[in-house]
Design a protein around this ligand. Structure first.
Ligand code: CS2
Length: 469
């Protein structure tokens, strides 16, 4: 009988634990393959430790803490895997622990709060504005108002959304006098810094105008475009790490070799030298954001909906289906009309995407990408559709992404979406009324345009019907 391998920890892999200067909300695989990797590889990594709070999976904190917050990054290329232990996260905390969050954000040493809380967590209405009535937000506004008036916090009445908790913590920072701080959104939203600012200020209004003013004067909202394909970890990945590395790691993370991080904005209390790890700091982030959100994430959504309707399970499978591949290329042609800024190299970017998506060793599941369609499509399909129509073209490539989603939510009962109840209600309608109601959950503007409703309606059913060649 062979002895069980030792558990990964800092005595086994003696990586120093840097002091906490970054607080992260949304401890998931993507944070661990991306921002934590960049922080580990920054020029001054020894000065920057991350305290990461869980989002949707509170058990992730316990699992990571049990191994001193170390984990293995499995870099999976078409040719094989390589392994690296990441140690930049030094504390992993249950997201519900608002006390610890307040303490850390109020500390002078903390300079940055990064966010990977998912697109849907910013509580955006279909017109992109902050929605005080969004799920969880109204409760948090009440909880923040109670906290501001010094009412004792009763269990179940504390803010429960990540941004509600962040507002509570920013109030602690104001009280501690620790000074300005940067909030860095790493979610796939256009103008994510501005969106985070709007959402945080909207929630802070629950607390009161003094906090709103303090945030306006002291919090810098940085925009970023983030990229690294990171499928969900499987049991086979865990077993592979044990076999190849000789230690037990309950929480490895698998990612493609490619990574990219573009940032724009101020860091009033400093930041790691991420550029030494390859991050790029720019004045105008919009062209980079659009390139990534439309070409990568947009085609991901086409593959997620069209691909599953056509019986595929992963990105690589779907891309090898000529009907899906054509849908992707048609959409890319449309998006390219609106990606004209110098240096974007759209042909090279497209070619690289075909190679990245075609990496069949990365089993990136379409069901994972299909989640939260209403929010994602607002960023991925709508801007290209409206820009194409404003240029006198139909925008049928972008419209097909919407039609595939509409078909998908009819064919699948257990999709995940913050507006799932509204989707089910709309699904009960018929014909173009149904199409219009569903489009309205993505964007009021497109639902109000009869030409778009009829275009999308006409495309419904088309992708699944194409013969498999
Ligand atoms: C994907 C992204 O799940 C999704 O919606 O499109 O997570 C995508 O894999 C990343 O943005 C890649 O950087």
């Amino acid at each position: 009988m062979t002895a069980a391998p030792p558990v990964l920890n800092r005595s086994l892999k003696p990586l120093p634990a840097a002091p906490v200067r970054i607080v992260h909300l949304g401890l998931g695989a993507f944070h661990r393959s991306h921002q934590a990797w960049y922080t580990q590889h920054a020029g001054d990594s020894g000065e920057w430790g991350i305290a990461a709070f869980t989002g949707r999976r509170p058990d992730a904190a316990e699992a990571l803490s049990a191994q001193d917050c170390l984990y293995t990054l499995v870099e999976r290329s078409g040719g094989g895997d390589s392994f690296e232990v990441i140690g930049s996260i030094v504390e992993a905390v249950d997201g519900a622990d608002a006390g610890r969050l307040c303490e850390l954000v109020a500390a002078k040493e903390t300079s940055i709060v990064t966010l990977t809380i998912t697109e849907a967590a910013y509580g955006l209405a279909a017109d992109g504005t902050f929605d005080g009535g969004a799920p969880g937000v109204a409760d948090d506004l009440r909880a923040l108002s109670a906290a501001a008036s010094g009412e004792p916090q009763v269990a179940g009445t504390a803010p429960a959304t990540p941004l509600g908790r962040l507002v509570l913590a920013l109030a602690s920072r104001r009280d501690s006098g620790a000074g300005p701080i940067a909030v860095v959104s790493c979610d796939n939203l256009s103008a994510n810094g501005e969106v985070a600012r709007r959402a945080v200020l909207g929630l802070a209004s629950g607390w009161g105008s003094e906090l709103v003013e303090w945030i306006e004067a002291n919090v810098s909202f940085v925009s970023t475009s983030v990229d690294r394909i990171t499928p969900r970890t499987t049991d086979a990945d865990i077993a592979e790490v044990a076999g190849q590395c000789g230690y037990a790691d309950s929480s490895p993370v698998v990612a493609e070799p490619f990574r990219n991080w573009v940032l724009s904005g101020d860091f009033p209390a400093g930041r790691p030298r991420w550029e030494e790890a390859g991050a790029v700091v720019v004045q105008d982030i919009e062209p980079y954001e659009n390139r990534k959100l439309w070409l990568l994430n947009g085609s991901h959504s086409i593959l997620a909906y069209a691909g599953q309707l056509r019986g595929h399970a992963t990105v690589a499978d779907a891309l090898s289906d000529p009907a899906c591949r054509k849908a992707v290329e048609d959409f890319w042609d449309e998006a390219a009309h609106h990606l004209q800024a110098a240096g974007l190299d759209v042909p090279g970017y497209r070619q690289a995407l075909l190679e990245r998506f075609g990496n069949a060793r990365i089993a990136h599941r379409l069901a994972q990408i299909a989640a939260d369609g209403t929010t994602k499509l607002r960023m991925r399909a709508v801007p290209v559709l409206t820009a194409e129509r404003a240029s006198g073209r139909t925008g049928s490539g972008a419209a097909l992404m919407l039609a595939a989603w509409i078909d998908y939510v009819a064919a699948t009962q257990d999709f995940q979406d913050p507006l799932a109840a509204n989707i089910h209600a709309a699904n009960a309608l018929e014909g173009s009324e149904r199409v219009q109601a569903l489009l309205g959950l993505v964007s009021a503007d497109i639902a109000d345009d009869p030409g778009i409703v009829s275009l999308v309606h006409g495309l419904c059913g088309s992708i699944a019907a194409q013969s498999v060649t």
